[in-house]
Design a protein around this ligand. Structure first.
Ligand code: FAD
Ligand code: NAG
Ligand code: NAG
Ligand code: NAG
Ligand code: NAG
Ligand code: NAG
Ligand code: NAG
Ligand code: NAG
Ligand code: NAG
Length: 480
């Protein structure tokens, strides 16, 4: 409950902080029902309106905010024809719809839909390497780590994501930042061809040179509005097998006190490094877990080469005092497993982006603003403003309230209910050191006694009401 985390990631000069955009489509009343009826007729059990498979999917998005909608029905296509059929029905019924690949978008409402049709690619997860074409064919429902693990024995990888659990299709359609990007471009630069179901339901294949080359270009970062991708064919990068420890690198964790030096080193690196074999991802994390704040700065530097080359390239970073440094020879597959698995799917997420040039002091400035943003909890602000009568410790906690409502006409509370409430609160005692909120507590809970400023409060009371008139003659908080 009392968990709040804010991440800040510099990826090759890109930076991720936080902002709020909540986009929810409104629904036309019957069109999605009509679409679902048509789809049930044409696609049978590949369309679900309830049940276990439906529930798993409805609640399957990475962002908790996207787990709350209940689509009218969910289509689980098994091939491109199914997607064509689904799109045609959606189009002809004029229904709202959503598409989900790996489900990792942080955008509220982009990979789920209330009163609409969700096309969920979780059953289209095949991928293969074509040695003759030296290309990799990938279906939209697969996750990057599944592709990496599945193809490593053949010594190849697509240019793709850096964290376990992220889906292929959303990342490619968004552009795609990869550990291989410094040498091989954005993930989408490696498209050979894409099978696309257009809004009309027509299935086309877009390549660099055919009549759909403009569509291919649009799908390099243009997102989901141009059509539904049902297969990507991308360049195979010869990254080696898991046994080929041809990279050097790992992770370095710095204390908050090293942040300024780190940001200078990053600034210099992005400004001056022209060696495409070097890549670094850098992030800052401000974690607030049950009231304890810790800040953490982490870097994952890699070099496609030897320790000596790594040492030379990242010398400025290596000279900065670190908490832990874990470096060694790595295969590309090892590298894709360095970042810890993504956050639990029970958490909501908000993303936001900016873009900054190096060598203008902008990274440090951004970090200062971000620290300021992250550090603002209502409690910190309150304590910084002179504190309150209850003054909880800095950090975060959940104020829990019980509100029991009675039917009209009920005029008294039974002793059994009173006992029940007492039992309930004895079963969930407040954490030591945290005050109860007077305004939402029960009179018997003596909230003032839980205040960290309780002794001072009593002195103030003595000073201003020396005859204790109000304790004797005014109903109000106990404890003074
Ligand atoms: C923990 C984490 C780590 C990340 N790391 C990286 C990283 O290293 N590099 C990077 O570039 N990005 C990264 N991202 C961002 C990532 O690229 C996006 O979240 C991306 O949208 C995930 O794709 P998905 O298929 O899992 O998402 P989804 O939520 O399934 O889809 C995202 C969007 O694409 C649309 N879409 C999905 N499939 C299709 C399709 N077949 N046809 C048409 N539209 C479709 C959806 O409708 C939605 O609008 C990361 C995200 C997270 C949460
Ligand atoms: C929706 O469908 C129901 C019957 O299924 C019908 O009674 C109702 O009028 C329809 N509403 C609209 C807005 O078309
Ligand atoms: C699916 O979820 C709904 C709503 O949460 C629930 O009522 C229903 O029992 C669930 N069905 C299955 C099969 O899990
Ligand atoms: C898709 O699958 C259906 C059966 O589920 C099949 O009839 C159809 O031919 C397949 N289409 C393609 C293009 O493979
Ligand atoms: C790593 O460097 C070697 C040359 O030393 C090159 O052949 C190979 O393509 C590079 N690997 C990647 C994934 O860029
Ligand atoms: C981290 O460092 C920045 C400045 O370098 C500072 O403003 C911030 O308060 C620090 N955060 C914590 C939690 O110590
Ligand atoms: C790494 O670089 C430092 C200087 O930056 C040097 O002192 C050290 O000898 C180097 N180590 C190796 C193994 O190259
Ligand atoms: C810190 O946050 C406050 C709002 O809480 C804002 O007014 C102020 O400008 C911020 N300062 C910096 C340095 O970002
Ligand atoms: C118990 C109590 O004092 N509740 C009050 C808390 O504050 C709200 C809003 O001011 C009031 O409506 C409650 O009556």
């Amino acid at each position: 409950m009392a968990r709040d985390r804010c991440l800040f990631v510099f990826a090759c000069g890109l930076l991720v902080a936080s902002s709020i955009t909540i986009v929810h489509a409104t629904s036309p009343s019957n069109s999605s029902k009509n679409a679902c009826q048509l789809l049930a007729q044409s696609l049978g059990s590949k369309v679900q309106s309830d049940g276990a498979q439906y529930n798993t999917s409805a609640q399957g998005a990475w962002n908790f905010f996207n787990q709350l909608d209940r689509p009218t029905c969910i289509v689980f296509p098994q091939n491109a024809s199914d997607v064509s059929v689904a799109m045609e029905a959606i189009y002809n019924s004029d229904s709202h719809y959503a598409v989900r690949g790996g489900g990792h978008s942080a955008m509220p409402g982009w990979n789920t839909i209330q009163d609409g049709v969700l096309i969920d690619f979780s059953l289209m997860k095949s991928f293969s390497y074509d040695a003759e074409q030296d290309s990799i064919s990938i279906e939209p429902g697969v996750l990057w780590n599944e592709v990496y693990d599945g193809l490593q024995s053949q010594g190849v990888s697509p240019v793709g994501g850096r964290e376990t659990g992220v889906g292929v299709s959303g990342l490619l359609l968004g552009g795609g930042l990869s550990y291989l990007s410094s040498a091989h471009g954005f993930a989408c630069d490696n498209y050979r061809a894409i099978d696309v179901v257009l809004p009309s339901g027509e299935l086309v294949t877009a390549t660099r040179t055919n009549q759909y080359s403009d569509l291919l270009r649009a799908l390099k970062g243009g997102g989901s509005r141009f059509g539904i991708a049902t297969r990507f064919e991308v360049n195979a990068i010869h990254t080696g097998t898991s046994a080929d420890k041809i990279w050097f690198g790992g992770s370095v964790i710095y204390p908050n006190s090293s942040s300024s030096e780190m940001l200078k080193a990053l600034d210099n690196f992005i400004y001056s490094n022209r060696d495409s074999k070097a890549v670094i991802l850098m992030g800052f994390s401000y974690e607030n877990v049950a009231g304890a704040i810790s800040t953490l700065a982490y870097a994952t530097p890699f070099y496609n080469g030897t320790w000596a080359e790594f040492n030379r390239t990242f010398a400025e970073f290596l000279a900065i005092p670190a908490i832990t440094t874990t470096l060694g020879p790595l295969s590309y597959n090892d590298i894709t497993k360095i970042l810890p698995p993504d956050a639990a799917e029970s958490e909501g997420h908000l993303y936001g982006a900016s873009s900054l040039y190096p060598s203008q002091g902008l990274f440090e400035e951004a970090f200062i603003h971000w620290s300021n943003f992250s550090a603002q909890s209502q409690i910190d602000i309150s304590n910084a403003n002179g504190g309150t009568a209850f003054s909880p410790p800095n950090g975060a906690y959940a104020a829990v309230q019980l509100a029991k409502d009675f039917f009209v006409g009920v005029t008294s509370v039974s002793p059994e209910l009173r006992d029940g409430i007492k039992l309930l609160f004895s079963q969930i005692p407040r954490s030591p050191g945290l005050p109860l909120y007077l305004n939402e507590s029960d009179e018997t809970q003596d909230a003032l006694k839980t205040y960290n400023w309780y002794q001072q409060l009593k002195k103030v009371y003595e000073k201003y009401d020396p005859t204790r008139f109000n304790v004797r003659r005014l109903f109000g908080p106990n404890g003074l």
